[in-house]
Design a protein around this ligand. Structure first.
Ligand SMILES: Cc1cc2nc3c(=O)[nH]c(=O)nc-3n(C[C@H](O)[C@H](O)[C@H](O)COP(=O)(O)OP(=O)(O)OC[C@H]3O[C@@H](n4cnc5c(N)ncnc54)[C@H](O)[C@@H]3O)c2cc1C
Length: 435
């Protein structure tokens, strides 16, 4: 059965439709951000989302929101609403075998912790209520229309209740996550980097002596662990062990998880805390990159670049990529054109901006021993406040490899390391002074 857009459950506030029309596939973080920002520019947007009802959330996520995305949250007018809904302002202390890389002062630049169960409905409701957005929940994109040159000109939408129909568009935005159907239908090649770690996490309340403004990360080489205080008095604890432990964890999640958490230096006292959720395991975490796109198609968020969850960049880069796409493409779309050059520039520049991070993440995902340069930087960061600030800025995404790997930073780290090696044997910096 064919159905018109008007027959579907939707909310349209568009006054007079200009020529250009954007279709976004996926209403998670990056799709909602793209739809809000396109519509605010006066470009009508239809959002196709296979899930319903509209308050769904992504359960497999440890939801650390990096400082580099604060500007993008403010642009979406969501920074204050996130705080009002309980997002926890925090900075992170990082344990290494040389001691703690101290957390930054909690100031203007900080991370946010907010569970996806709170974040996703808030962001989606903002999107649904943005004038110019038509939201088609419970619909999926199943095919693409192309013109003679191969450019994407529309999508086929399937709805369980209303059948299928074609939706023409000037620009199709794939915001449909790591498995991106849109990219697959368009024949976009996927570059994949394996990940030797998997994730297991759960939530607690009332962890004794916990700082509610401090996140903590343990770089145990090769395992990684996190403690993130979240909204509503909850705390997420996550482990990222190597994949040789998947079978053990699947056989007895509680035993494996608790053993490792209790062995962490300055471990959170989970024996005296209340566990409020089951253990979730995720093994599907290779890194993906998609760059060769046909005209008429743009990718944002995980559909464009899926990073290792270890680094907590997916949400932040999702909304930043949406913002950058809209800024690039909007002027052409407002003129009724398909801005092919601008869209190509968006993909190229977005990747160039984060390439340094992406490559370091890809190396770290192999869970091999830390390279010598990284050892030098991390050990110096536990001893020298200036190196610590540089490493922290890199990990927060507020600076890139330009600063981290500059001759000046490396010389400073080298000098710190040499100076330190002439001192007495290393003392582990305690958590109270470190994180
Ligand atoms: C274990 C784990 C931990 C993580 N921890 C963090 C963290 O701490 N911090 C962080 O920033 N990121 C983290 N991430 C990454 C983060 O979850 C993702 O990067 C983020 O959700 C990507 O958002 P997105 O909008 O691009 O895609 P997704 O959230 O994957 O959303 C895609 C949307 O598209 C819809 N869709 C898919 N196909 C179709 C179709 N054919 N038609 C219609 N709709 C469709 C889906 O239903 C979904 O709503 C983690 C990921 C994992 C796996």
């Amino acid at each position: 059965m064919k159905a018109s857009v008007a027959m579907l459950h939707q909310k349209t506030n568009s006054a007079s439709p200009p020529q250009a029309h954007v279709v976004v596939v996926g209403a998670s973080v990056s799709g909602c951000a793209a739809a809000i920002l396109f519509a605010r520019q006066g470009i009508p947007v239809t959002v196709i989302e296979k899930r319903h009802p509209s308050d769904f959330h992504k359960p497999i996520c440890t939801h650390y929101i990096q400082p580099c995305s604060l500007t993008a949250w403010r642009e979406l007018d969501l920074y204050e609403p996130l705080l009002e809904a309980g997002a926890v302002k925090n900075t992170i202390g990082i344990w290494t075998k040389w001691g703690w890389i101290p957390k930054a002062e909690l100031g203007e630049v900080h991370a946010l912790n907010m569970r996806r169960v709170t974040l996703d409905p808030l962001l989606r409701s903002k999107m649904i209520n943005t004038p110019g957005v038509t939201y088609l929940e419970g619909t999926r994109c199943s095919a693409l229309q192309r013109d003679a040159s191969g450019a994407v000109t529309g999508v086929t939408v399937e709805s369980a209740t209303s059948g299928s129909f074609e939706l023409p568009c000037t620009l199709l935005v794939g915001a449909d996550g790591r498995e991106s159907t849109v990219a697959e239908l368009a024949g976009v090649p996927t570059e994949e980097t394996p990940n030797q770690r998997f994730s297991c996490f759960t939530f607690f309340r009332n962890i004794p002596n916990e700082s509610r403004t401090t996140s903590r990360m343990w770089m145990l080489e090769p395992y990684i662990a996190y403690q993130f205080p979240n909204d509503d008095g909850t705390t997420l604890i996550a482990l990222m062990p190597t994949k040789d432990r998947v079978a053990d964890f699947k056989a007895d999640r509680a035993k494996c998880f608790r053993e490792i958490v209790k062995s962490l230096p300055d471990a959170p006292d989970i024996d005296h805390a209340e566990q409020i959720a089951d253990y979730l395991i995720n093994t599907k975490n290779s890194m993906l990159l998609r760059r060769k796109l046909p005209h008429g198609l743009a990718l944002v968020g995980d559909a464009f670049m899926t990073t290792d969850p270890l680094h907590g960049f997916g949400i932040s880069w999702g909304i930043i990529s949406a913002s950058e796409l809209v800024h690039r493409a909007a002027p052409g779309l407002l003129a009724g054109l398909r801005p092919d050059r601008e869209i190509a520039a968006y993909h190229r520049e977005r990747y160039a901006e984060v390439k340094g991070h992406f490559k370091i993440m890809a190396d770290m995902a192999l869970a091999k021993p830390m390279p010598a340069m990284q050892q030098m930087l991390f050990s110096a960061a536990t001893r020298d406040p200036q190196t610590s600030a540089i490493v922290q800025r890199f990990l927060a995404g507020t600076s890139g490899t330009g600063e981290l790997l500059s001759l000046r930073t490396l010389m400073r780290a080298f000098t710190t390391t040499v100076r330190h090696s002439f001192r007495r044997p290393p003392q582990m910096v305690s958590e109270s002074s470190g994180a």
